[in-house]
Design a protein around this ligand. Structure first.
Ligand code: 5GP
Ligand code: ZN
Length: 114
């Protein structure tokens, strides 16, 4: 996807602070963190949102989930506690239309917004 920001990060056209990478998935720090830890996990294959990856690349979805589990276990985030968020559609706050999962962690995260 030529105009997709996260595909550009995957191609190395835009720099990113990567914290995780395997054959299929990368994790990188969000450029505008909303919590002390704010990482984005994406699959290397482009899909546009959670429903798209679920319906059209379920294996890819599992690979992203496994990468999140692996990274959060190795880095201590699982023990510290963290939240996974995926915005679907503009009204939810989605601004990049390449499926991504926000990993948020803080000593005490606020509750969900309205
Ligand atoms: P969304 O709003 O679609 O749920 O999440 C997109 C996220 O991508 C936002 O939290 C935003 O801060 C982050 N973001 C936007 N542009 C860049 C960028 O160039 N690099 C990085 N690392 N994150 C970005
Ligand atoms: Zn993309």
């Amino acid at each position: 996807m030529e105009d997709c920001l996260f595909c550009k990060i995957l191609k190395g056209e835009i720099p990113a602070d990567k914290v995780y990478e395997n054959e299929n998935v990368i994790g990188f720090n969000d450029i505008a963190p909303q919590a002390p830890t704010h990482i984005l996990f994406i699959h290397k294959n482009h899909t546009s949102n959670f429903n798209d990856i679920t319906n059209n690349d379920p294996e890819g979805l599992v690979q992203v989930c496994e990468a999140i589990a692996e990274h959060t276990e190795k880095s201590g985030l699982k023990d510290a506690g963290y939240r996974v968020v995926s915005n679907i559609g503009e009204t939810s706050g989605q601004s990049v239309f390449h499926t991504h999962f926000h990993i948020l962690s803080a000593p005490r995260l606020g509750r969900f917004g309205s």
